[in-house]
Write a protein that binds this ligand. Structure first.
Ligand SMILES: [Zn+2]
Ligand SMILES: [Zn+2]
Length: 284
């Protein structure tokens, strides 16, 4: 956490406009870390058949609803995130109050949503029915159970071998990646799952969203003086993914670096490309 705090201070100095958002990010992360320290979850027991399916057929091993979630810890984290949200900005404050009201009136079954593992479609449906901002509701639910999900994934690491996976979606939970990372001297490329935080290796030149490998229609751009961040564009599906080169900047928090380089997303959008997995932090 200390490294994270220092990194945030550094980014704020360079890009003061991101200050408010980064403060919000830090507060959420601090609460999640606290929760992580006291979690009580069962490890996921993988059946042998599942592991074979993973290797041979390309099925992810865990359904979102099968992640073991510490419901009590998630509920108290949810409350803390609501308090942070109330101080974040007027829109979020208003949304949080409405969400708390709906929970109080039992229009939202929070624990049920946790148990189902932050089903995005379902939480969007509920938000629509109740006139809530769907992004805020999903953000709060997903970030409340995220420590449980990450802890479960950590326990799984020794059990699954995803070296031959090479697909554009997560071998653990099947979600799409929100970032790509370059690591190690030879520049191995990894994709980072937007839902469970798992990282898996992929080809260096491929679009994770449409599997396009044609070099003519895959290209990238980066901003001057920021060569460790680039936007990988695909002309086949007109989507992009941000790639962070960790070989120079080291093992950092990729989601924080993503927030610190939103200007690259603006350029990509101006060029007519869509981000396949929206950045859930900026809509707050
Ligand atoms: Zn995943
Ligand atoms: Zn593509």
């Amino acid at each position: 956490m200390e490294t994270l705090r220092k990194r945030i201070q550094k980014i704020k100095k360079k890009r003061p406009a991101y200050g408010q958002m980064l403060d919000f990010y830090l507060k959420v992360r601090e609460e999640q870390e606290k929760t992580k320290a006291s979690l009580a979850i069962e490890p996921i027991r993988l059946k042998k058949e599942w592991k074979n399916l993973l290797a041979k057929e390309g099925f992810s091993v865990v359904e979102k609803k099968d992640f073991p979630i510490d419901i009590e810890a998630s509920s108290s984290l949810f409350q803390s995130l609501c308090e942070i949200g109330k101080k974040a900005n007027p829109h979020m404050a208003e949304q949080v109050r409405k969400i708390e009201e709906c929970i109080g009136k039992k229009k939202i079954n929070l624990k049920g949503l946790f148990r189902e593992g932050a089903d995005q479609e379902k939480s969007e449906r509920i938000a629509k029915d109740l006139g809530l901002d769907k992004k805020v509701l999903f953000f709060l639910i997903h970030n409340s159970i995220r420590p449980s999900i990450e802890a479960a994934v950590e326990k799984l690491l020794n059990e699954v071998n995803t070296e031959t996976w090479m697909k554009g979606y997560c071998p653990i939970c099947g979600s799409l990646p929100h970032l790509s990372l370059l690591k190690e001297e030879v520049g191995k490329r990894f994709l980072l799952c937007s839902y469970c935080g798992y990282q898996w290796q992929t080809d260096r030149i491929v679009c994770p969203f449409c599997s396009n490998k044609d070099q003519e229609s895959l290209h990238y751009f980066m901003a001057e003086g920021e060569e460790n961040y680039r936007i990988d564009l695909c002309d086949k599906c007109h989507q992009y993914i941000k790639t962070i080169d960790l070989r120079v900047i080291g093992e950092i928090d990729p989601s924080l670096e993503d927030l610190a380089t939103l200007h690259l997303d603006v350029i990509a959008s101006q060029k007519g490309y869509k981000r396949a997995v929206p950045n859930h932090w900026i809509s707050q």
